[in-house]
Design a protein around this ligand. Sequence first.
Ligand code: DHB
Length: 599
Amino acid sequence: MNLRRVILRGGLLMTATVSAYALSGCQSAQTEKIQTEGQKGESGEPEHSDNQNQDQNDQKGEKGDSPFYAGMAMSETPDLSELLTGSMNLADYQDKWVYYEEYGCYGLEYVVYCENPADPVKECMNIYVPEAYMNSDGTINLEGTVNGYTAETAPIIYKNGIGGYAQADASKMSEKNRSYIDQGYIFVSPASRGKETQAEDGTYIGKSPAGLVDLKAGIRFLKANDEVMAGDADRIISIGTSAGGAMSALLGSTGNVSDYDVYLKEIGAIMDQTDDVYAAQAYCPITDLDHADQAYEWMYENLQTYKNSRSNQEGESSDFEKAVSGLMASEYVDYINALGLKDPETGETLTLGEDGRSGSFYEYMKKQVEDAATKYLTKLSDGSLSATYSLDDYLKGNYTKTGRGKRPGEAGKEEAGTDLSSFLTWDGTTAKISSLDDYLSAYNPRMKTVMAFDNLEMTENSGENLEFGDADHKYMHFDSYMSGVLEKLKESFPSEYAEYADAYSAVNGDQELAERKKLLNPLNYIGNQDAKADTAKYIRIRVGTQDADTSLSISAEVALTLQNQTDADVDYALVWDQPHGDADYDGELIEWIDQICQK
Ligand code: DHB
């Protein structure tokens, strides 16, 4: 086995195990075991990935054939010898800064941010500072200014690279991120553990809440080093997309909550610092996983054909799946009605009618879609989009556009535009849609199968089954409602009941699983007085109107709860014509950052 050792500064000897290296080649005979009977594997032994060699390739920037998720950064796993470790004081690394001429910045790479890392390769960060704020000897230059900021006032962008709840490496400075440097911000890219991270002995060390805990530890590290590093640690702005967007929403809403202390202490995070952030940008957060399956069925109950280009699944739900969908959708109605959400503008309580297609919450969601279309069509009309088609051609779908490639840098296919006239009207000022179902079927169809997150058959297709596994179990079921749904379907679908009921029934009563779920859901903390969360001052949430990775209502739940129950300044909107990813108009994120940093 490929055990590696690293000498820490200060003479401490630490044995570091890195799953991707340590496990490759030592488990070829291990067959993948998918748990469909009960939560735990029969043997009780760790169930290793037989994909380990693939996983290793994934870390080298070429993400291989495994699913590429929107939030994933293109990055490389460093060798242990590349890590800066042994000190929590950045002043000790003053001579390690490297000047990157092409980006006009200094960088300090692979700094381990906690004292007792579970996996130091995944608990390190890269820091990039505009050259104006530093001297070539690694000291701070207080005189330099960029865009009105100085080494003392510049915001720190804390952009996680998490996608699909996977582990993330620290990203190098790249064209994609250079705008932050050009803008005068500090750019920090933290690595973090994730659903597949394993120790040398095969145990999983990155399951919930490990990734979030790592990100919190990184924030504590930045705050501890505020005096010796350029940038204002009171102006940390978290950014993330999808699973990383969920993490960003969590960073913004669980600041300094003591529930995470035990996990933070375990990895040697700096406990006399805080981990709240100034602001959080969440793109298409895949969150409230406790209700994500219900929410997906609420949104897509009337659309039972699916096409998932990530997993290559395509087809139509079975009668059993349709029955599950109906029951899940109706439970989501109860859930939304119990939340007591209020429209922040009118104060009206937002509820759903029994059919899920009436009531003020339904109207609120419809209006979010309409507002997104209105903004796009207004911009298209006034020429402020760099579009090659006229408004009229756009509305009729008389144009082609280049779709997104499956991975960054990969060209997408040329796609025909969508004829919007079946569901959208535009009077020159305002867009209206005929119904959510019409919009979804024509323009944002169903992507995932029934039990979109807590899959009936646990496979690599569900990041969430993996995320909620434990040290010894690669996958676990986690939806606490499915067991009750199956009971209701016992008579009409006896064979499916026999196949799935035991496995899902293990969810309820599993206290450890309940804890892992609780810690990963911002809705458990927003407005929870007992938890005493320090919420970010500013939270911005953006989701594309062509995002079918989770229900659009999920991000609305988060935004509304924040608006209703905290002092945070929440900027929430859907973005027309954008798929799952960093849904935004060019320049708006930077505009928001400059605005909240009160330039
Ligand atoms: C991501 C996408 C998903 O559909 C999901 O279930 C979890 C994460 C992502 O893009 O990160």
